[in-house]
Design a binder for this molecule. Structure first.
Ligand SMILES: [Zn+2]
Length: 416
């Protein structure tokens, strides 16, 4: 680390948000950091090419292997060391600092929501790139590679270690299995800060919206609609449970939501069904609110079953099952935290006023463990994420790459 960067880091460690502006200014005045900023701006066309190239390699849920191998090669070429694919499928690479700590993980996710067989060719027209996953998260992966390249070109020395990661299983039923494996296994207890680069734009996510997803089933013997009339009906019980969920009070405080997203069951119009089911999604950034919603949902289901069985005098009763099919822990990195503060002030230095927001990303998991974590956009502008109409506008995108670079340097040059 150069002398000036060392001074900046020492000041960062002691800084408060009030005197922090000067600290970021000092970091930006460091000649090595300046060289890295120039390098990453020059690299932007290459970063955009990488974004398109990686995106044309399919990475459906639970099948990220091919894209992982491509990222592995790119991180090796960028000059990182100990590049490997772990047993969960994450790509992990190291960039050593002056000491092992602080250890900062910078990541982007490999997976998409698109099933195998989706046409993933990228179409380019002037500043617009179109293709499934082009913003979410091919942008993050390409910026990750760009940050590694720029740091090595400028020979940036940080005080702590930076670990670059391409995670698997960020989307949907992937259930954050990549970060879970990372923080629960090889890096357990060793990570001081976590920065995920996810999607386009210049947002800073500091609160993780948690979710719990359930599949609820109702079952009974079933029978003829006329001949067996008088037995409890699983579809009627399901309807009562849907009604109970629809009437649930909204917990006060942080935003909390509930939704019955899919229902199904039965075999025929003239049969009493033997099975009926629904899928329910509960969300909040407050763990307490999530708990409250789950309890309300469970009591809505049990009172629905009780009412339906009572209605027919307990004859051929209906029973219910509740299965947890997805869980993302809720959590938050407080706005006074040094990492959030650095990200906000670095954004301001680049001319972007950003208020930290909430979302559901890889950062949820470290947040739930109390590890300072944020998710930042990779710059440019994205629309239509998770749809076949997804696009990325490269206008001004270099600023996102530059910000990710500065956040990575600052986070790994600050005390634990
Ligand atoms: Zn994403």
């Amino acid at each position: 680390m150069s002398a000036i960067l060392a001074t900046a880091a020492a000041t960062l460690a002691a800084s408060s948000p009030q005197n922090g502006r000067d600290v970021v200014d000092e970091l930006l005045r460091d000649p090595t950091v300046q060289a890295a900023r120039i390098a990453i701006r020059d690299l932007e066309p290459q970063i955009i090419d990488t974004q398109a190239t990686l995106c044309e390699i399919p990475a459906p849920p639970f099948a990220e292997g091919r894209r992982a191998r491509a990222l592995h090669r790119l991180l090796q070429e960028a000059g990182l060391t100990d590049v490997r694919i772990d047993d969960i499928g994450n790509v992990v690479a190291e960039r050593r600092g002056g000491a092992p700590f602080p250890r900062v993980v910078v990541s982007a996710h490999l997976d998409t929501v698109f099933p195998d067989g989706t046409d993933v060719r990228v179409k380019r027209e002037a500043s617009i790139l179109r293709g499934p996953g082009i913003s979410d998260d091919c942008r993050g992966l390409a910026v990750l590679v760009g940050v590694a390249r720029a740091m090595n070109l400028a020979k940036v020395k940080t005080s702590g270690n930076l670990t670059f990661v391409g995670t698997v299983g960020e989307e949907g039923l992937g259930n954050l299995r990549g970060v879970r494996g990372l923080f629960g296994g090889q890096m357990k207890g060793q990570v001081d800060r976590f920065v995920s680069i996810d999607g386009a734009g210049m947002s800073i996510v500091s609160r993780g919206v948690g979710s719990r997803r359930f599949r609820i089933t109702m079952s009974g013997p079933g029978g003829h609609s006329y001949g067996s009339f008088g037995m409890a009906n699983p579809i009627h019980a399901l309807g009562r449970a849907v009604d109970g969920i629809a009437r649930m009070p909204v917990p006060p405080g942080a935003k909390a939501t509930f939704n019955v997203g899919r229902i199904g069951g039965g075999t025929s119009i003239n049969a009493i069904a033997s099975d009926a089911w629904m899928e329910v999604d509960l969300r909040s950034s407050s763990p307490e609110s999530l708990e409250m919603l789950e309890n309300q949902m469970r009591s809505a289901v049990s009172s629905a079953v009780a009412s339906e069985n009572r209605r027919w005098g307990g004859r051929d009763p209906v029973s219910s099952g509740i299965q947890l099919v997805g869980e993302r822990p809720a959590g938050a990195t407080e706005s006074g935290d040094r990492l959030v503060d650095l990200a906000v002030r670095i954004s301001a230095a680049l001319g972007e006023t950003v208020a930290p927001s909430e979302s559901s990303t890889d950062a949820n998991f470290p947040m739930s463990l109390g590890i300072p974590a944020i998710t930042v956009g990779g710059g440019g502008e994205g629309t239509g994420e998770h749809s076949s109409e997804e696009l990325f506008d490269t206008t001004g995108s270099a600023r996102g790459s530059e910000r990710a670079l500065l956040i990575a340097i600052a986070a790994s040059s600050t005390d634990r």
